[in-house]
Write a new protein. Structure first.
Length: 224
């Protein structure tokens, strides 16, 4: 399958013009303009063809959409060891928040113990989107029955000036307030986060539909 040719047939110029404004870290010339459902369907067909391994080996890709196809292909791999191998090959090449956040291999939820060991490594990376991905995976898989208060500390301990890391930290803590309120609240009331992440966490929590009105009023009282 000529994946670039296939992607180009799905191009939507209006969507490109809109979407590139949301992706300031990417050169607009690298954005073709294809909606995510169409890319997911293309990736599904590509995976079914069985002829995708050379594409996974051809990093780095030129286009944003190629990276998304790459992520969506890995999502479909049913063997955990293979999926984690391809994930770790791919992570250094992720260069934007959207690809990072959409990338959710299905097999990970069945191997949380092994995944957690990789997260502990990723969260210490020097690469912005590898760290963001680590926090995203903690938020996705470890805020419910597999929650441990130590995970809150590991995210709080991340020190960075990178906007896309700190935004994910805030998103994580806002979600944790919705799911693990008692364990998470002291990070707000005791000012355990840097000022920007602290205030952004409160903002995102107040915007959440999963947090009560009374709790939102209480949280806003801690805004710095």
């Amino acid at each position: 399958m000529n994946i670039i040719k296939e992607i180009l047939t799905l191009q939507d110029i209006e969507y490109k013009n809109f979407h590139q404004k949301l992706m300031p870290t990417i050169n607009p010339d690298r954005i073709i303009g294809v909606r995510v459902p169409a890319l997911r369907k293309l990736a599904k067909d590509f995976y079914k063809s069985g002829d995708f391994q050379s594409f996974l080996s051809s990093l780095p890709h030129k286009y944003y959409e190629e990276n998304n196809i790459h992520a969506f292909l890995i999502e479909q791999i049913k063997d955990y060891d293979k999926a984690i191998y391809e994930t770790e090959n791919f992570l250094p090449y992720i260069d934007n928040w959207a690809t990072c956040d959409m990338f959710q291999p299905k097999i990970f939820k069945k191997h949380k113990k092994e995944l957690l060991e990789r997260i502990k490594i990723w969260i210490k990376s020097e690469k912005t989107y590898t760290v963001r991905y680590a926090i995203n995976q903690l938020m996705t898989h470890f805020l419910d029955e597999d929650f441990n208060p130590e995970f809150l500390k590991s995210v709080a301990d991340v020190k960075s000036d990178e906007y896309y890391i700190n935004m994910m930290r805030a998103w994580y803590f806002a979600t944790a307030l919705a799911k693990q309120y008692d364990a998470t609240l002291p990070y707000i009331t005791n000012n355990r986060l840097d000022k920007w992440t602290h205030n952004k966490t409160i903002q995102k929590a107040v915007e959440s539909n999963r947090i009560s009105k009374d709790t939102k009023v209480y949280l806003k009282s801690y805004k710095i």
